[in-house]
Design a binder for this molecule. Structure first.
Ligand code: SGN
Ligand code: CA
Length: 580
């Protein structure tokens, strides 16, 4: 029987694993699933859609050509674009907390960060919360996840998982799954290609009598942006346009924009990030030395063949860079160009992978009944405001790409203006599978948005909350509300290392915590002042959010209305406000 071969291939090759899994699942079902109706009528089962959820890590919507930004013609993503041209593209898709692990916890639970416990990168989540994968699996779906997981508890509700270690490595990464006895085993190849291969492998070996939900989570294009050998020379001769806000002076904003440590000019590292390993003898601070150790840790993974291809590209470029002795603006712009090239090269491999998955669906007659989602765990700054990284509630990181194709229910070429958020994925998948969402889930199914620009009665605003301070990049805690036109942000909390309110857990935050201490000891972490400061933006007249209107004459009423809405969110969602 097909299902037998599936379990042999994917479920640990023994009955004990299945028994333990079934026992745990039953316990969860008894305790929490009662509210969710998990037995859709038999005739629906046959028509339930397959789901392929592809999520990259730190992929800015500006780097997807379907969004038509300044890079669209220079660095197209033809395969990802197909999802939009054959389905729907969301122009106002957002996350609740622009950071990897928190975003993934929102995705799996349909809950805001303070509800699922994963507020910070290294905080740990409430493992009692139901994952939508558990409900899908229980209702007869075959569930799988391959690639970056980055949640501090093992995947729940998956027939098959094959996941990277923590952030994962670009070259010859380690994966674990049921079939490795949950030990991380190194594989040969480039992470993005391997993840695509594992996804296709699941599709080929799956139990064809069941609908499936496959999550394909790429590591790329996360820092430190290491492209595949075959794409190292792509964009060599391209000079990418520089964002109009690259030399932003943050005038009119709260201190948070000035004290962050994610600026290309000041914080992007020539060694680790830009791969100028030849600078190793000039490194002075312990942190800079560590940055070299990190780069060598990554490069040390390459086989001699991979290393030769790598050196062929970077050696000459680095020699030219060192000889040019760039400083000031010239140096900042060189960093921007080189970073962006590596970032876009990483995306090229993702786009190839999307193409392979779409081809598999077409070749196997699965197109019509399969929903394909492409998104990122959050947005990313690619030079806007001089930044890399994310975290802030400004559009570039708060907003995330979202494209969905599902020929059965979504006509080709739809553009959506509805305000949607990552807490909406879980309810969407459940409703498509005919499962009533558990009462506690905060998100809303996206189904009503499939038909057009914005359905009647759809939400008019979104709540955002970022908690990870002190942490990498030192972005201050803040929450806020965004309507169609306006955004109110409130920065709060104690400054510097005094800002720590929770002890870091050792997984997955150990490395970050060590580095943070080191940075602090090296005087890199400045003693930020305590903060309690608001910003207000008119997104219609000021889409780049350069003019903070909070407290400006004429905006009293708008501010008061937004404040009222923000207070309503805080109250109804029971947001912890003790540090405000
Ligand atoms: C790492 C990166 C940071 C990044 C966090 C979170 N530093 O710590 O730049 O902000 O991950 O990213 S690195 O030196 O390790 O590359 S997230 O995508 O996991 O949220
Ligand atoms: Ca991320």
């Amino acid at each position: 029987m097909k299902s037998k071969s599936f379990f042999k291939d994917f479920s640990g090759r023994n009955c004990l694993g299945k028994f333990l899994f079934a026992t745990t699942l039953s316990a969860v079902i008894l305790s929490g699933f009662a509210q969710a109706q998990v037995s859709p009528k038999k005739k629906m089962v046959a028509h339930r859609p397959n789901i392929i959820f592809i999520m990259s890590d730190d992929h800015s919507y500006e780097a997807i050509s379907a969004y038509g930004g300044a890079l669209a013609k220079l660095a197209p993503t033809p395969n990802i674009d197909k999802i939009a041209s054959q389905g729907i593209i969301y122009k106002k898709a957002f996350v609740e907390n622009s950071l990897c692990t928190p975003s993934r916890a929102c995705l799996m639970t349909g809950l805001y960060s303070h509800q699922n416990g994963q507020r910070q990168l290294a905080e740990g989540m409430d493992s009692s919360k139901i994952f939508f994968s558990e409900l899908l699996k229980h209702s007869g779906y075959q569930t799988a996840i391959v690639g970056k997981w980055h949640i501090p508890i093992d995947p729940k509700g998956f027939d098959y998982f094959h996941i990277l270690d923590d952030q994962g490595k670009y070259y010859n990464p380690t994966f674990k799954g049921q079939e490795t006895g949950k030990k991380y085993i190194q594989e040969q190849g480039y992470a993005t290609d391997l993840i695509t291969e594992h996804a296709l492998d699941f599709l080929k070996k799956r139990d064809k009598s069941k609908p499936f939900c496959l999550m394909v989570h790429h590591k790329a294009p996360h820092r430190n942006w290491m492209p595949a050998g075959k794409y190292l020379d792509l964009y060599n001769d391209v000079n990418f346009p520089v964002p109009g806000t690259f030399f932003d002076d943050y005038e009119s904003r709260c201190d948070a924009a000035k004290t962050q440590k994610m600026s290309i000019t000041n914080d992007m590292e020539l060694v680790q990030d830009l791969k100028v390993e030849e600078l190793k003898d000039q490194l002075v601070t312990p942190y800079d030395k560590l940055s070299y150790t990190f780069l060598m840790g990554e490069l040390g993974r390459l086989t001699p063949e991979q290393r030769a291809v790598w050196d062929k590209h970077y050696k000459l470029r680095n020699q030219q860079f060192i000889a040019a002795k760039l400083t000031g603006k010239e140096l900042a712009l060189w960093k921007y160009q080189q970073f962006l090239k590596d970032y876009l090269r990483c995306i090229k491999s993702i786009d190839d992978g999307v193409g392979e998955i779409l081809k598999y669906l077409k070749d196997n007659g699965l197109e019509n009944n399969t929903m394909v989602v492409y998104t990122s765990d959050q947005g990313f700054y690619i030079g806007e405001h001089n930044w890399f990284d994310k975290r802030m509630m400004y559009e570039e990181s708060f907003r995330t790409p979202l494209l969905i194709k599902y020929p059965k229910a979504i006509k080709a070429g739809i553009k959506s203006d509805a305000l949607v958020q990552n807490i909406d994925y879980a309810p969407t998948f459940l409703s498509l599978a005919g499962i009533k969402k558990p009462q506690e889930m905060s998100g809303t199914s996206l189904e009503p948005t499939f038909k057009g620009p914005k359905p009647n009665g759809w939400r008019n605003d979104l709540y955002y909350h970022y908690y990870d301070y002190p942490a990498f990049h030192m972005v201050r805690k803040h929450d806020g509300v965004r309507t169609e036109r306006y955004k109110l942000i409130h920065f709060y909390g104690k400054g510097g290392m005094r800002g720590a309110t929770t002890k870091y857990q050792t997984t997955p935050g150990y490395r970050e915590y060590t580095i943070l201490q080191l940075l602090n000891n090296a005087g890199y972490i400045t003693n930020d002042a305590d903060i309690n400061c608001n910003e207000l933006y008119d997104l219609k007249n000021d889409p780049n959010e350069l003019h903070n209107l909070f407290g400006k004459p004429g905006y009293e009423k708008i501010s008061a209305n937004l404040q009222k809405r923000l207070d309503q969110y805080r109250k109804s969602l029971k947001v912890p406000t003790d540090e405000f």
